[in-house]
Each structure stands twice: as structure tokens, then as C-alpha cells.
Design a protein around this ligand. Structure first.
Ligand code: CMP
Length: 279
């Protein structure tokens, strides 16, 4: 059994007696003002720079927050204040962390693991909007516009998160221009990504769409090769481009035969020809 499974305390979570919920846990996250471990929080506005929290934030929380550009833009003291009232959570693979339509009051930063952002219809047909990993965040949209959650979030592997409450987030955003700018930059980056996806859905054939997804997901190795190291199933690709799994299988087979991609164990190696064909 995974540490933290079935509501057991998470070792090293830094939250005394923290329990790990599984089904629809987002609904049970109390607001920061309800946290029993939140007594050291400076609620003043603007936060008083002299009122350092008496309990130091766990360094793992701080280092996770520092990976996010808009939190990294905060002065160290403010970052420590956010970290002091943030919570840590851990979920097993395939857990639903947020459900489309939920009301809520927090955003999540991925400390480890991987999640997918999914939209589904009433018949269970799904579209994967994005896959996110360490240092990336989700749940910010409902914090900004007070609308219900726009998508479902599911873990793709065991994953750990730092959870920041709405009030804290908005308070620091309101008084830090650098943080606001960095946050806007991130939202614009996601909008550009969404534009690219719309373009490929509207203008490319299935080969082009598969190529785009592969190129987007690949990382460059030290020897300059483009490789997708993490497991990426044909079903995942199909759900990202609105095609059937069978169609994606056929396209992948053709791409291998055309020497556009090759498999190295679980990893997919992308060849130069693929990038040229996708242009
Ligand atoms: P929120 O609407 O609060 O909850 C669901 C989250 O999914 C949303 O905030 C975003 O963080 C995330 N999300 C929604 N659409 C996208 C997208 N196109 N790309 C990346 N993340 C998204």
C-alpha cells in the first residue's frame, strides 16, 4: 500500500496528523482560516514584514513554491508566509483531485508526479487538455474568477502537492506587481498553447496532430535528441487530439516505418524528419 493510502498520515508531510483523502478530496479542503495548523499565519494586509512566522515552513514546501515563476517573484519573507500556511497532500495514481463544476478555494502546485487536465461529457468521452508535472500548477482559474472548476484533474502516477489557499494567493498577488506580472505571463503562455492546439485541431490531419503532441511532450537530451521518456499511451495521445486509439496506433506504426520515430524501451525517440514534417 502506498504511504498515505486510505487516509493514513503521510510520512514527511509536515502537517501533523495530515490525512490523505482519496475520492473528490478537493471538496474537503478547508479554507485557510479554518486550518487548525494555521495559527502562525499573518492575516494583516499588507502582511507585516516583521511578523515572521514562529514555525518555519518545511523546506520542501518552499523549494516547491520557488519552482513556480510567480511565487519565485515574491520577496523571500512573503514566500515564507505563504509556505507557512500552505498544506501538503499526496495522492495515489489515478486519483481524481478536482472535478469539473466543483466549488473550491485553493490551487495546487505539483511537488512530484504528474497529472492530466481532462474534460469529459456525460457519456464519459474525454479530452485531455494538458499534462502537467513538477513545478507546474493548477486550480488557479477558479481562484481568479470565482467560477466552479473548469476541468477534472487526475493523477497519472503517485503525486505530491503543495496546496495554497485562495485568500493567501489573492492577498500576495494584490500587493506584488512582479508576482502579478509573472502570473499573467504564465496564463498567457497557457493561452498560446491552447491557440496552438486549436490550430492543429482545425488545420492539421491526424499525422500532423500526433506529430505536434509528440514534439510538445519531448525533452532534449544532452546529445540533442528529442525523447519522450515518460510513459505516453496511444489512448492518451488519442484523447489529446480527438482521434480514436486505433487511428493513433496506425499513425504511430506509419511514423516508425517512415523512420520519423523509434522506440527505445518505453521511451519514444523523435527523429529530425518528424519535426520537418510537422512544420
Ligand atoms: P480550475 O478551473 O480552478 O480547475 C481546473 C484546472 O485545470 C484549471 O483551474 C486550470 O488550472 C487547469 N486547466 C484548465 N484548462 C487548462 C488548459 N487548457 N491547460 C492547462 N491547464 C488547464
Amino acid at each position: 500500500m502506498q504511504p498515505g493510502a486510505c487516509g493514513a498520515p503521510v510520512p514527511g508531510s509536515g502537517v501533523a496528523g495530515a490525512r490523505v483523502p482519496f475520492a473528490r478530496p478537493d471538496r474537503h479542503i478547508p479554507t485557510l482560516s479554518q486550518h487548525s495548523d494555521n495559527t502562525n499565519k499573518d492575516k494583516s494586509f499588507p502582511p507585516n514584514p516583521r511578523s515572521r512566522s514562529s514555525v518555519p515552513a518545511p523546506s520542501a514546501v518552499l523549494s516547491t513554491l520557488r519552482q513556480v515563476p510567480f511565487f519565485a517573484a515574491l520577496p523571500e519573507l512573503h514566500l515564507e508566509q505563504i509556505a507557512a500556511s500552505a498544506r501538503q497532500k499526496k495522492f495515489p495514481k489515478s486519483a481524481v483531485i478536482m472535478s469539473q463544476g466543483d466549488e473550491t478555494d485553493s490551487m495546487y502546485i505539483i511537488a512530484s508526479g504528474r497529472i492530466k487536465v481532462v474534460i469529459s461529457d456525460e457519456e464519459g468521452k474525454e479530452v485531455i487538455l494538458s499534462m502537467l508535472g513538477p513545478g507546474q500548477f493548477f486550480g488557479e482559474m477558479s481562484l481568479v474568477d470565482d467560477h466552479p472548476r473548469s476541468a477534472n484533474i487526475e493523477t497519472m502516477e503517485v503525486s505530491e502537492f503543495v496546496v495554497v489557499g485562495k485568500e493567501d494567493f489573492k492577498r500576495f498577488l494584490a500587493q506584488n506587481f512582479d508576482m502579478s506580472l509573472a502570473f499573467m505571463r504564465e496564463l498567457v503562455r497557457r493561452l498560446r498553447e491552447a491557440d496552438k492546439k486549436i490550430e492543429s485541431l482545425a488545420l492539421m490531419d491526424v499525422y500532423g496532430r500526433v506529430a505536434r503532441v509528440l514534439l510538445d511532450m519531448a525533452e532534449q537530451t544532452v546529445d540533442g535528441q528529442l525523447v519522450i521518456k515518460r510513459r505516453l499511451t496511444k489512448q492518451d495521445i488519442a484523447r489529446m487530439i480527438g482521434a480514436s486509439r486505433e487511428m493513433v496506433s496506425r499513425v504511430m506504426k506509419d511514423l516508425v516505418e517512415m523512420d520519423h520515430v523509434s522506440f527505445r524501451g518505453q521511451a519514444i525517440v523523435l527523429h529530425e524528419k518528424l519535426a520537418e514534417a510537422a512544420r
